[in-house]
Write a protein that binds this ligand. Sequence first.
Ligand code: ADP
Length: 496
Amino acid sequence: MKKYIMAFDAGTTSARTIIFDKNADIVSMAQRDLIKHFPKPGYVEEEPEDLWSKQIGTAVEAMIKKDIDPKEIAAIGISNQRETTIVWDKNTGDPIYNAIVWQCKRTADYCEELKNKGYGKMIEDKTGLVIDPYFSATKIRWILENVEGAREKAEKGELLFGTVESYLIYKLTDGEVHITDYTNASRTMLFNINENKWDDELLELFKIPKSMLPEIRNSSEVYGHSKSKYLGCEIPISSAIGDQQSSLFGTASFERGLAKATYGTGAFILMNTGKELVQSKNGLVSTIAWAIDGKITYALEGSIFEAGSAIDFLRDNLRIIDQADDSEYMASKVNDTEDVYFIPAFTGLGAPYWDQYARGAIIGLTASVSKYHIVRAALESLAYLSADVINAMEEDSNTKLKSLKADGGVSKNNFLMSFLSDIVDVEVKRPKLVELTALGACYMAGLSVGFWKDKEELREKTDVDRVFISEMDEETRNKKMKRWHEAIEYSKNWAK
Ligand code: ADP
């Protein structure tokens, strides 16, 4: 009897495996932190062998902890850190360089050069993305240009590229399957989001031979089976999906107009735009939410650089809170911020501003301002930043947000959730389960092997912990947003 789905949450800081039962409840979990290298300022690398061995290690550990027989596992689903680039030798399966992590800025100069040469619009039209070192294309090019012998090998068809899910599937199948899914492909900057295939012109521009690229498949289908030597028997591998898209699916945001915000160190907001590809005019990126049975669902995405990191700043830099949890009761000790605004632009501003020169600020100080007001202003800033992204999404898609699901470490903060609902003027739902990233991949994997019948069955499983309803009147909301934007202008101009 198949009783479980095994989900790999192949993250940036850790490799985790979670085993879910038919009720989508967690039965077992194991986690190991990954090794990171910072060879130069701005460079971030991980070791492919470390990603692989720890992923499979946690899978075995999760089974052993609860005495789960691998024969009881119906399928494996993978959600992964996106854009991170691995290139390996087709003949030996050995990586020719470390994994270049999405955070790595080594190709910033080349990206600037591309922008200066006027490639911005063409790339945005084709891929839905803005030119940025974040995405995989310039990282692959860097490996081909800088690793000895790589270019010749690639031209001879002897090298393969994949993001993390692609590499893990290759390893699990002993090199039999070299695939990626549409969500991961859409983050490479090599994928044409209008035609839904690899783009020859972009491959030419970045000088990347097509023979390196994986085949693009649905986010939910059986790609192959894990070799029995790894987990004790052959198990179907039946989903692969980028982490942010996975949590959108995990929150059951299946229809157009539904959105989720994950508040971890940074914040990622995704809105389902259904069958329509929406090209943003307001600083968001267009991406693929998932592909099932050849049918593609699109999303708009806005990433905010600072979320939990702003709370960590209060704790570690200003030392006005002892721990992150304190921020909630401290913010609630005062009725408002006394017109103080906190802008956490420590590394510039992300969506929808994309201003790398913006700097952080606390503005509006008077003699009566206390640490409580500053803590409150810091929490409120996360809601204002989210409101900016969500307003841009609504304008781009011409769709009013129906509801917002919020998850991640910072979403435990009730004050913030309530203020978020007020300032965005939307119902905010916080799901009970916090492991939504793994849950999305688990749902996808389960659907493709018939473990669950359809999406409707899954909708019933997503329990809500608490719903926050907007209580702010429009005039107050508009006034606060206006002040916020004045503060943002101040922060944008500081370092110019
Ligand atoms: P990541 O996955 O990016 O590592 P998590 O989802 O684990 O992040 O969230 C961690 C962040 O959440 C930390 O920055 C921490 O300061 C913040 N955090 C945790 N609890 C709270 C809280 N109650 N209020 C505000 N921030 C919180």
